[in-house]
Write a protein that binds this ligand. Structure first.
Ligand code: HGY
Ligand code: MN
Ligand code: MN
Length: 415
């Protein structure tokens, strides 16, 4: 490994990074909400994309957009034939979101490139900053869609034909916002991939630790469950004669607590009844269940328990049950050498650090299918995320970005 020059010429421009995080965080703010909303392929997402492209253009990056709308900004190298070191994440958000989820990692990638630009240093291999389409998956499933297509895990035409929860077709929305690019997905095959992200959980802050070295990421199972019973009069129908879809759905949701044992996480995030009227027994209930576990076997056990609960309740209440698998990703182990490099950088820079599992899904889990990948976490205040109160103090945001810059330099020195 070629030693880095004693006086490292690459310095992080902290002010620009923090300013860009705040600027991007202003896009999608709505008077009725505390947070910003930039759900994938909406006008607000377009506005965020446009701003990112301006910042990439200002750094004179080679900007490409692929057919699923992934945006890649590349700092060219002396030897351009080499595969790029890729730094990525996402800038789409959930509704009423914080300003850091995804955006922090993309903008920290720009900060790394800026450090090379401003020092006049040409990297040993190209550095590509990626913003992947539809990481959140709240309008179009699956989540991490752009990186999954990039990794070859989802056919581009199937992705473009995905129907959203609002009935729109993904490909049409992508074209409408002007991000239906021409680059074939997977063209920019990374040499290695790094993702800097907020933890979105309570561990680092609770332990007073600055940097998370993310070794693995838990498995994810998303189901949409439909219960069909029969509508009837709330005032005249005896309890034993009901086929109450609403009662079955609510019983499943309260049953999730018995399923969420030994590290399993279970969440019912969406629910709607039909006809959704105060004096009518619901004939139909539609709801979602998000199950997660770091161990594939335990995740399967949770899925089996859910299926058994649904079957039992359907039999008791005489209703029909249907489950659609929206997302199913097995747990992922990140590249041990990259994780070790992150750990070494954090130590060299004097930051406290610990190895950990990611509770949330990330684009890194998809890129890990095609290249060595690993993640760096910084603490989330109160463990809060997917919430406008999402917060990480500036000094910790900068610590994460410094580790990212250091790891990039170390890995390029090994090119
Ligand atoms: O659901 C997740 O874990 C990610 O935020 N898409
Ligand atoms: Mn994220
Ligand atoms: Mn998220």
């Amino acid at each position: 490994m070629r030693p880095l020059p004693e006086q490292n010429p690459l310095q992080l421009d902290a002010e620009t990074l923090l300013t860009q995080i705040r600027d991007l965080g202003e896009i999608g703010m709505e008077p009725s909400r505390e947070g910003r909303t930039r759900i994938a392929l909406t006008d607000a997402d377009k506005a965020g994309r446009d701003r990112l492209r301006q910042w990439m253009d200002a750094l004179a990056l080679d900007v490409r957009v692929d057919r699923i709308g992934n945006i890649f900004g590349t700092l060219r190298a002396d030897d351009d034939q080499q595969a790029p070191l890729m730094i990525g994440s996402h800038i789409d958000s959930v509704a009423d979101a914080g300003a850091l989820d995804g955006c922090y990692g993309v903008l920290a990638g720009l900060a790394v490139v800026r450090a090379f630009r401003e020092s006049g240093t040409s990297p040993a291999r190209p550095i590509t900053v990626a913003a992947f389409t539809n990481e959140e998956g709240v309008r179009y499933q699956p989540d991490m869609m752009g990186s999954l297509v990039h990794a070859g895990g989802l056919d581009i035409d199937a992705a473009l034909n995905t129907l959203g929860t609002d009935g729109t077709r993904l490909g049409e929305e992508l074209a409408r916002i002007g991000y239906a690019g021409d680059l074939e997905p997977g063209t920019l095959l990374p040499h290695e991939y790094l993702e800097l992200h907020i933890e979105q959980g309570p561990i680092l802050e609770a332990e007073g630790i600055q940097i998370g070295v993310v070794e693995n990421l838990q498995g994810i199972s998303w189901q949409q469950i439909t219960i069909k019973g029969s509508a009837n009069h709330a005032g005249t129908t005896p309890m034993h004669l009901r086929r109450d879809a609403g009662w079955v759905a609510s019983s499943v949701v309260s049953g999730l607590r018995e399923i969420a044992v030994d590290g399993t996480l279970a969440t019912a995030g969406c629910m709607r009844f039909e006809p959704d009227l105060i004096n009518v027994i619901p004939r139909k209930a539609t709801f979602t269940v998000d199950l997660r576990h770091p161990d594939e076997g335990r995740l399967q056990v949770a899925e089996q328990k859910l299926a058994a609960l649904l079957a039992r309740l359907a039999g008791e209440e005489g209703v029909e049950v249907h489950s659609e698998q929206l997302v199913r990703f097995e747990p992922v182990t990140f590249n041990p050498a990259l994780a070790a490099a992150i750990e070494a950088s954090a130590g060299r820079l004097g930051f406290s650090h610990r190895r950990m599992t990611s509770g949330a899904g990330h684009d890194a889990q998809m890129i890990a299918r095609i290249a060595p990948a690993a993640m760096i976490f910084v603490p989330s205040h109160g463990g809060i995320s997917h919430n406008p109160r999402e917060h990480t103090p500036d000094d910790l945001l900068l610590a994460g970005a410094q580790v990212l810059l250091d790891v990039v330099q170390q890995r390029l020195a090994q090119s």
